[in-house]
Design a protein around this ligand. Sequence first.
Ligand code: G3H
Ligand code: 13P
Ligand code: ZN
Length: 287
Amino acid sequence: MIVSVKEILEKAKAGGYAVGAFNTTNMETTRAIVEAAKETKSPVVIQITEKTMEYAGGRMLYNIVKNDVEFYAPEVPVAIHLDHGKSFEIVKRAVTIGFNSVMYDGSRKNYEDNVMVTKEVVDFCHEKGIPVQGELGNVPYLFEHKMGAVDWDKYMTDPEQAKDFVEKTGIDTLAVAIGNAHGFFIEREVPDWDRLSKIREIVDVPIVLHGASDWEDGKATEAIKRGVSCFNVDTNTRMAFVNSLSATFKGQSDPGFDIRTILGEAREAVKESVKHKMNLFGSVGRI
Ligand code: G3H
Ligand code: 13P
Ligand code: ZN
């Protein structure tokens, strides 16, 4: 069933586990996430970016997600979330379509402007009962950097400022930067654990960690212990999909033309990668 992300993440925060927020781009990935959640009895956030809305049609993909949840997994708590909304307009578009959770990402703005626009988004969304995620500090992207070239100090979330940001904007969840990055292979060697603990100590709302594709084993567990309630995962899912396609085409002299077989295998690969993350985050059996 479609439920509020607030309900999903407040429960995770109280229970000391985390939930995955997985990006989807098409029917196959959506079905894979929904089936993974159903098979593992795991609450989940399914999220769509602006670029994906342009690619697939926001309304089209939203309806695929909603239909999949209601038809295949009505017992699973799912929130449908706009990921990295970079303007008020895109937030309004998502809300009009029916998304029940949004992120407004003003992390590249100066602090005052980030506070101002995030607060406007919060006022608009809260009137409609929709929770808002804000971002402070900045989570870098792989395509902006070469390996090892990130000046991490420029990106980190300042804990005191985070407290002020949450109080001034009224956001429901906070995306933080503690050495995490979008894409593989550019994470800070050791996350700034003390910074995360400090943020958790003085900020009340659930904490979201973007760029969690390569947060595995000890690292994810430590982050949960120190207060992360939600991990955003995209690259890992895309790689599972693309690697499966690539194996199909390279591994067989004649893979045939039945795209249901070919995409069906990719869907299975995505499902396994999502189940792995759900186990890692501790959301299994939490419905
Ligand atoms: O952080 C979000 C995504 O990984 C970026 O996705 O290429 O759909 O904007 P996008
Ligand atoms: P990755 O692609 O690094 O998993 O990041 C996903 C993300 O943060 C989506 O908002
Ligand atoms: Zn992100």
